[in-house]
Design a protein around this ligand. Structure first.
Ligand code: AMP
Ligand code: MN
Ligand code: MN
Ligand code: MN
Length: 283
């Protein structure tokens, strides 16, 4: 039996409010079609898609959990944190998402300048145009580069120009865990370290991240994210027990492109081994 299965719970997905392909409405409809009964929309640094998603979710009988994937940092290493189950008017969350939105624009300008230094034309305005209403991110630069024939595909754009390594110091713009976590902690939402195995760090460092994440108010880690290797999922289940974190799961769906799996699709977890964040939301 395949270890990658369609599941009823998906707590990590993207829409056009950030770098996903589908509108919030289309995402909810696809989730329903795939059998997802509890869905979190977790766009990068924005809550802008939640109202639309909620409207469709209510109509379609899908339980929508408010979500957001925040860009954060630990010792200058960029990390992603998923916040789930907050109140949409939460002042701390609104403040931090707004701050990161400002950072995104400023960082976009810096990325464009860096690309100019590497011999490309100034792509800032085109990336802004590509993003439209969405939160500006590196994928918008990548899309422009593909369209203009500068690279073959998005993957190449990241490999050659946009990876953390390639953008160097520009990656160091996000709030540190110790400044953002204590403020969000008081909101009482779940604060989840996203896709822990995707960071290019050693296990020792990952454990140091988790210890700090816990200390400053983090409540959970994602034990399964999209196409993750089953042995990595077992490893993350073990770490969730070791650090007494709850566990979250999700596809990290962005659309049918790149490395992404479909909505509701991720590696099988061993539910009896973990403390799921979704238990308290189950109706
Ligand atoms: P940013 O939010 O601007 O830091 O951009 C990071 C986003 O780029 C991630 O959330 C992914 O959606 C996307 N991404 C990262 N690596 C790749 C890749 N190799 N191909 C396509 N998209 C990628
Ligand atoms: Mn993304
Ligand atoms: Mn992420
Ligand atoms: Mn994501």
């Amino acid at each position: 039996m395949s270890e990658h299965l369609y599941q009823r719970i998906d707590l990590h997905t993207h829409s056009t409010a950030s770098d996903g392909k589908l509108t919030p409405s289309e995402l909810v409809l696809l989730a329903k079609e795939k059998g997802v009964t509890m869905l979190a929309l977790t766009d990068h640094d924005t809550l802008a898609g939640l109202d639309e998603a909620r409207q469709v979710a209510e109509r379609e009988g899908v339980q929508l959990i408010n979500g957001c994937e925040l860009s954060v940092a630990w010792n200058k290493i960029p990390l992603h944190m998923v916040a789930l189950g907050f109140d949409q008017g939460d002042p701390a969350l609104l403040r931090w998402t707004h701050r990161n939105q400002v950072v995104r624009l400023d960082r976009g300008r810096q990325i464009a300048d860096l690309l100019v230094k590497k011999g490309l034309p100034d792509l800032f305005n085109k990336a802004i145009e590509e993003a439209g209403e969405s939160q500006l991110g590196r994928p918008h630069f990548a899309k422009v580069m593909v369209r203009e024939g500068m690279v073959k595909d998005m993957n190449k754009a990241f490999d050659q120009f946009l990876s953390n390594k390639k953008i160097g110091q520009i990656r160091d713009v996000w709030p540190q865990l110790e400044e953002i976590l204590p403020e969000l902690k008081s909101s009482g939402c779940e604060l989840i370290l996203a896709h822990p195995k995707r960071y290019p760090i050693t296990v020792t460092k990952l454990k140091a991240v988790m210890a700090d994440f816990k200390r400053h108010g983090g409540t959970a880690i994602e034990v399964a994210s999209g196409n993750e290797r089953p042995d990595h999922v077992r490893f993350l289940e073990r770490l969730s027990r070791e650090f007494e974190f709850k566990a979250s799961v999700g596809s990290d769906f962005h659309g049918a492109f790149g490395p992404w799996t479909n909505v509701g699709h991720y590696t099988q977890i061993h539910e009896q081994e973990i403390a799921p964040v979704w238990y308290s939301w189950q109706q």
